[in-house]
Write a protein that binds this ligand. Structure first.
Ligand SMILES: [Zn+2]
Length: 234
């Protein structure tokens, strides 16, 4: 006959084994589930980024619809931003659309850890014009050479693109980043969407692209400024 003590210790031992098994199972489950959780997060951020770019496209189209098909950087200040002393600043260019954009928080891509979404257009805390946010609330570049003649030309996109250099563009603006059509080292970094990225095209569509898609999007011979494609955003 087993004593009370023997029963107790057997129960305790069983519980310990069970606890270890549970711990093991939880660890394995966590290891299996984590990449899925992280992947889902990455995917939902990428969808949010696509929506951001769609809304930016709509805002630019609303403006150009009211200005004879011209984008605001092609229209002289103060109706547009051309010849404005701030025209070379991407935050200024996007801020100019504040009447067409409901909120500035769509100017920050959720996958871009180097940028923080502003919540109002004002100068208050988390305001787009707050000095702490002014140069830090925009994740997207603007494609300055975009043209309606090439419906696939790139109007805006995630900013993690390796530029070929900086130079003057015909707007005219000095010291603007550019890529070259057919630039062979054009590839998304792992900085925002991990070797992938989103592009807003001039007809309002948003393309989710790999680096191959990125190179294709910038290879159109239908548009360039003296052989270069100027991107405002750095
Ligand atoms: Zn993005």
């Amino acid at each position: 006959m087993k004593t009370n003590l023997q029963l107790k210790s057997r129960t305790r031992a069983f519980t310990r084994v069970e606890a270890l098994a549970c711990l093991g199972a939880v660890t394995i489950l966590a290891a299996v589930a984590w990449p899925t959780v992280a992947g889902t997060r990455g995917r939902s951020d990428r969808v949010a980024c696509v929506n951001n770019l769609r809304l930016i496209g709509r805002a630019i189209q609303t403006y150009s619809g009211d200005h004879g098909g011209m984008n605001h950087w092609g229209v002289n200040a103060p109706q547009g931003t051309r010849y404005s002393p701030y025209a070379g600043n991407v935050s200024f260019q996007f801020g100019f659309l504040s009447n067409e954009l409901a909120t500035p928080n769509i100017l920050a891509c959720p996958s871009d850890t180097q940028r923080r979404a502003a919540h109002t257009w004002g100068t208050g805390p988390r305001g787009f014009l707050n000095p702490a946010y002014r140069y830090n609330a925009v994740s997207y570049f603007l494609g300055l050479d975009v043209t309606q003649n090439a419906p696939n030309s790139v109007l805006a996109g995630d900013r993690d693109i390796p530029l070929a250099g900086y130079g003057s563009c015909s707007l005219p603006l000095a010291n603007i980043g550019y890529v070259k059509p057919g630039q062979s080292n054009l590839a998304w970094t792992n900085g925002v969407h991990v070797f992938a990225g989103n592009l807003l095209l001039s007809d309002g569509r948003v393309r989710q692209t790999s680096s191959e898609g990125l190179r294709q999007s910038f290879s159109s011979p239908l548009y360039s400024d003296n052989g270069l494609l100027h991107l405002l955003g750095w």
